[in-house]
Design a protein around this ligand. Sequence first.
Ligand code: FES
Length: 198
Amino acid sequence: MSNQGKMDCGRRRLVVATAAVGGAGAVAALVPFVSSLLPSERAKAAGAPVEVDISKLEPGQMMTVEWRGKPVWIINRTKEMMDTLPKLADLVADPKSDKEQQPAYAKNDTRSIKPEIMVVVGICTHLGCSPSQKFKAGADEGMPGDWLGGFLCPCHGSTFDFAGRVYKSKPAPTNLEVPPHVYLADTRIMIGEDKKGA
Ligand code: FES
């Protein structure tokens, strides 16, 4: 991996925070009269659940929504993607998801409610960088020849499979977090809430 890819997470967060503050200031100066919209934004930041329509999410595609200021990935896994999971049991650090990184209803082989739909917080459990998609299997885009597809955190090289399970001997200590969520209908998910109203 190149040094260029090893970005310092703390520095990157500072850059993002500075840009966000600058942007907020600019918006406030231009449209001070829309301040009545702020409470709903605050409510979102405080953790209000987010409803997502996944009806257009094709097999093999991923979409990102924001919940509590974090990116949440929703992935419609193909059969090929799911078939990689049992093959990786010896290579990932917590294959049975014994650490509490998911609600009880996602502590299963696919770490999900529906086998094909993965819902996971897209933040590395090492220092909080955002991993990149490396869906293509094999020695493509700098990945090793036996790579079966998943995610790479470019900051310090942690790798994750299609269930967000971290590979062994990587800096990230645990699997990616699965947020509470519930299906309101076949293609509508509420992120941030489950049947117990968590
Ligand atoms: S933040 Fe260090 S490997 Fe992901």
